[in-house]
Design a protein around this ligand. Structure first.
Ligand SMILES: [Zn+2]
Length: 178
């Protein structure tokens, strides 16, 4: 089984988010390491694609015939919710998103709540959808916490990033039955 985890560069009008001296791309790098370790320990092959445009990460998942694709981010804004986005098109995407969302909530009591957002084209979720559309395997966009939420402070540090990464892995492993 193969999982592709994408840590995209944010180019153009969408730079990585920053707050309190933290940067999204670095926090993402750190929780991906924990996710990767947990997946590899469970016998799953992992490819991490870093610093690439959205289309490249998605292309890797498609050409390598991956079983799961995750676009990894850290959110920024006024909310305090852990979010997992999926395309509205298929039940497999939704099941993967639900399992990851539940694992995230179980691991991170700092989050006010966690929820799955099904992305329909033309809605406010288009930015998230752009990171996971046209992907053949089940795909989610993981936005586990808010970089600028005071309540999420612990999640910006190593122990919290471990929980965030291991929750992602746990949800994926449940989905894969691995
Ligand atoms: Zn992002």
């Amino acid at each position: 089984m193969l999982v592709v985890l994408a840590r995209h560069h944010h180019g153009g009008g969408s730079p990585p988010s920053e707050a309190f001296g933290f940067r999204e791309d670095l926090l993402t790098r750190d929780y991906i390491r924990y996710a990767e370790d947990a997946l590899v320990d469970a016998g799953v092959r992992v490819v991490v694609v870093s610093g690439v445009p959205y289309s490249t990460g998605k292309g890797v998942a498609n050409t390598m015939d991956a079983d799961v694709f995750v676009a990894c981010h850290v959110n920024s804004g006024k909310y305090k919710t852990g979010c997992v986005f999926c395309p509205a098109s298929s039940p497999e995407d939704h099941e993967l998103a639900s399992l990851v969302c539940t694992a995230l909530g179980d691991s991170c009591p700092e989050l006010e709540r966690t929820r799955v957002w099904e992305c329909k084209p033309g809605a406010w979720t288009d930015d998230a959808l752009g990171t996971i559309n046209r992907v053949v395997p089940p795909a989610i966009c993981y936005e586990p916490f808010f970089i600028n939420a005071v309540e999420h402070a612990a999640l910006r540090h190593d122990e919290g990033l471990r929980r965030v990464g291991e929750a992602l892995a746990r949800g994926i492993l449940e989905y894969l039955g691995a």
